[in-house]
Design a protein around this ligand. Structure first.
Ligand SMILES: [Zn+2]
Ligand SMILES: [Zn+2]
Length: 70
């Protein structure tokens, strides 16, 4: 079972990449998120593997979510 990143809204592992780079949508609650390249919390840059369902959505430095609701 290949579960994706956890949705920050409903906390279900149904976050999926859309056909827009860096954009994710939760197929469970249908909320949309943008994956930031810079951490909103600490400003650390993240190495993003775009269009991958296993891409990290958490900051390597502080562990905060790099996803912002859109
Ligand atoms: Zn969700
Ligand atoms: Zn951070």
């Amino acid at each position: 079972m290949d579960l994706g990143p956890e949705c920050p809204n409903c906390h279900e592992p149904w976050l999926r990449p859309t056909n827009l780079a860096g954009r994710y949508r939760c197929v469970y609650c249908l909320h949309r998120f943008e994956l930031r390249s810079v951490c909103p919390n600490c400003g650390e840059h993240s190495t993003i593997v775009r269009m991958s369902s296993t891409a990290t959505t958490q900051c390597n430095a502080c562990g905060d979510s790099m996803l912002l609701p859109i």
